[in-house]
Ligand binder design. Structure first.
Ligand code: NAD
Ligand code: TYD
Length: 357
């Protein structure tokens, strides 16, 4: 029996990780600790919320008392840490929130794990470990690529946005707790995800929502920036593999081998949406609106995930066109979810952001 603390399980990727673990490992107990910020939503986990191996606690990872109390009560074997402020544009308007959750929150969790695991002798469980602190991170810590090359696990950190700087800081703390206190840790750095339950402030779900509602689709700058897109369920599967088979103290890059220029991606999405919505070919593309570029906008991300593929046997399962069509279908079939997450503050925030551009 493994007792796992998952943080940020009500968010986009976290909900897929929780769902996968709760369904695949009925003998594990999963406790989801989430503050339910604007990006967290319990509706993301409706299908598994009543499972006997799942429990939800609303709370802040920066609340040291709460985190210590949960560790004392549940004696977790492992942590899968996903809770974070995750949107680059928000990190430009409010960097401090990112420092607090992404750095202080991570160190708060590391302290609790260090305190509660110090007397436990490694030797059983995950790949010879009795405990594991799994930190979920991003490829954005590596900075920006030119036209060629890939991020490997050896690439030097060079973050540019407050978001990526805060994630880089959290990665460094996780490694420091491994090197200084022998805390058993593993880190993965993943490329951009897409799929169901993605909050519509990131490019793909925002564009789907706007196309559906005949609103302008904002493309920053000339749309020439490149991202490497991975279907979120493939990311969750990679986390499962690394959690069970990854080497303690190691880093694994996760990526889709799927680079797209933003403008090409949006044009493809418009084509898919024209078909799904019964519109004339080219109708949705008329909504594309070039707007002021993001400050410090990284040009290109591309991940070399060959270590994960060779050592642990993971590979992405879906072609992008198929994954994108599946994602559009999900958003069209889940109007209620979309309506709920875009009610309240969303309109105010989004319209404010858009007006600034
Ligand atoms: P998200 O913004 O959708 O979800 C974040 C979750 O964390 C939300 O449920 C939110 O309520 C919760 N949260 C935020 N602050 C909290 C706090 N102080 N205490 C407790 N819970 C808190 O993010 P996501 O896209 O699902 O990303 C999850 C993780 O994966 C993040 O660490 C992110 O850096 C990383 N990541 C994301 C991507 C991507 O493409 N989205 C790619 C690589 C890595
Ligand atoms: P985003 O989904 O915010 O992810 P990240 O910044 O973490 O890569 O953005 C993906 C790309 O799309 C990035 O190059 C910025 C661009 N973008 C737009 O062109 N328009 C938008 O409205 C958004 C949100 C992003």
């Amino acid at each position: 029996m493994k007792h796992i603390l998952v943080t940020g399980g009500a968010g986009f990727i976290g909900s897929h990780v929780v769902r996968l673990f709760v369904n695949k490992y009925p003998n594990y107990k999963i406790l989801n600790l989430d503050k339910l910020t604007y990006a967290g939503n319990l509706a993301n986990l409706k299908d598994i919320e009543k499972n006997s191996n799942y429990e939800f606690v609303k709370g802040d990872i920066c609340d040291a008392k709460l985190v210590q109390k949960l560790f004392s009560k549940h004696t977790f074997d492992a942590v899968i840490h996903l809770a974070a402020e995750s949107h680059v544009d928000r990190s430009i308007s409010n960097p401090m929130e990112f420092v607090v959750t992404n750095i202080i929150g991570t160190v708060t969790l590391l302290n609790a794990a260090k305190h509660h695991w110090q007397n436990i002798i490694a030797g059983e469980g995950n790949n010879g470990r009795s405990n594991l602190f799994y930190h979920v991170s991003t490829d954005e810590v590596y900075g920006s690529l030119g036209e060629t090359g890939f991020f490997t696990e050896q690439t030097k950190y060079d973050p540019h946005s407050p978001y990526s700087a805060s994630k880089a800081g959290s990665d460094h703390f996780v490694r420091a707790y491994h090197d200084t206190f022998q805390l058993p840790v593993v880190i993965s750095n993943c490329s951009n995800n897409y799929g169901s339950y993605h909050f519509p402030e990131k490019l793909i779900p925002l564009a789907i929502n706007n196309i559906k509602n005949n609103k302008p689709v904002p493309v920053y700058g000339k749309g020439e920036n490149i991202r490497d897109w991975l279907f979120v369920e493939d990311h969750a599967k990679a986390i499962d593999v690394i959690f069970h088979k990854g080497k303690t103290g190691d880093t694994y890059n996760i990526g889709g081998i799927n680079e797209w220029k933003n403008i090409d991606l949006i044009r493809l999405l418009c084509k898919i949406m024209d078909k799904k919505l019964g519109r004339l070919d080219g109708e949705s593309a008329k909504l594309i609106t070039f707007v002021k570029d993001r400050a410090g906008h990284d040009l290109r991300y591309a991940i070399d995930s060959s270590k994960l593929q060779k050592e642990l046997g993971w590979k992405p399962s879906l072609q992008f066109e198929e994954g994108l069509a599946k994602t559009v279908d999900w958003y069209l079939a889940n109007e209620e979810w979309l309506k709920n997450v875009t009610s309240g503050d969303y309109q105010k925030y989004y319209e404010g952001q858009y007006a600034k551009r």
